[in-house]
Design a protein around this ligand. Structure first.
Ligand SMILES: [Zn+2]
Ligand SMILES: [Zn+2]
Length: 337
């Protein structure tokens, strides 16, 4: 089978022939139908301390069809259309019991969505309802990342003024959940107006561009400074900018995941008496909530999806995404010519 493999920083991904993996206990093999390209894949292949080892198969935002199940598997059957957490934990440790498999000491990555087939953990798989496409299924992972961060914000509910820095997939997904979970008004902040339509579709009330008058703009758009600033930009300086913009006593939630050392001015955060918190990944419950929310008709996140490309086009597109900000989410269809 064909799979896109990381072969070293500075080199494009390589489409290699790999043996089709055999599903063991708690595993199923899926034929991948869609896999979204994620900014974190760019981060993890950029020559930083966070790089994955050479030889790693990438792609963790996927959905597909079960074609083979491992011994004893009962959660899914051949032919099921599924999405799944792209990782497996032991299922028994404190992290697994708290539904944060990412922190399991026995964590196993199940990335491989940029390939024709990949293995899933059937305990962490969710069948796609009939109304949802594989493309919808591939949106669940990025939506779940934003959901976990947003649902743990203090004061969620009526009249929580929210500003979101960065109008890419993570920022737009945060707007979607902030809106769904009762927060608002919501202002999205970006460097250009390119994603203004996306922001509105995902639930933002206002779209602002960065500039010296941002506090004034926010005051006007939100009726006061934001109670919460969600940092979804991932760029150097974005956390400090969020600290500057949030109201005294407010919360800065970082979802962006900058991979370089990044300076903040602690005394400003201290003087403003703010809470700075981070959030990563998701649990099974987050995935389930995403699927159920989409299935209930809240399909605004479809606005995130841009082009669909074949696997053969991935290496070049992937490198092109390294420069400049990302447009809509590009989907890979490994079976398209
Ligand atoms: Zn991702
Ligand atoms: Zn565990």
């Amino acid at each position: 089978m064909k799979s896109a493999i990381f072969v070293g920083a500075g080199l494009p991904l390589s489409i290699k022939d790999r043996p089709i993996p055999q599903p063991g206990p708690h595993r199923a093999l899926i034929r991948v139908h869609r896999c979204g390209i994620c900014g974190s894949d760019l981060h993890m292949t950029s020559g930083s301390a966070f790089d994955v080892p050479c030889g790693t198969a990438l792609g963790h935002e996927y959905a597909g069809e079960v074609v083979e199940i491992g011994p004893g598997v009962s959660e899914v059957k051949v032919g099921d259309r599924v999405t799944a957490l792209p990782m497996a934990g032991c299922g028994e440790c404190a992290a697994c019991l708290a539904d944060i498999p990412l922190h399991c000491v026995a964590l196993e990555s199940l990335a491989g969505g940029y390939g024709e087939y990949t293995l899933i953990d059937t305990r962490k798989a969710i069948r796609l309802p009939d109304a949802l496409s594989f493309e919808d299924g591939a949106l669940v992972e990025p939506l779940a990342s934003a959901l976990r961060g947003v649902r743990r914000l203090p004061g969620l509910g009526a009249d929580l003024r929210v500003a979101i820095l960065g109008a890419g997939a993570i920022g737009a997904s945060a707007a979607y959940w902030a809106r769904r979970l009762g927060a608002g008004p919501i202002a999205m902040i970006a460097r250009t107006r390119r994603n203004e339509g996306l922001a509105a579709a995902m639930g933002a009330d206002a779209f602002l561009t960065v500039g010296d008058d941002l506090p004034d703009q926010l005051n006007r758009a939100l009726g006061g400074l934001p109670d919460v600033v969600i940092e979804g930009a991932g760029s150097s300086g974005a956390i400090q900018q969020s600290i500057m913009l949030v109201r005294n006593g407010g919360t800065v939630l970082t979802l962006g995941g900058c991979i370089r050392p990044d300076t903040i001015m602690p005394a400003v955060a201290m003087f403003k008496d703010i809470t700075l918190r981070f959030s990563v990944a998701y649990g099974y419950a987050d995935f389930l909530q995403c699927v159920q929310t989409l299935d209930a008709g809240a399909v605004e996140p479809r606005a995130l999806v841009g082009e669909t490309i074949p696997l053969s086009a991935l290496p070049e597109r992937f490198e092109a995404l390294r420069s400049g900000s990302h447009a809509a989410k590009i989907m890979v269809d490994p079976w398209r010519d």
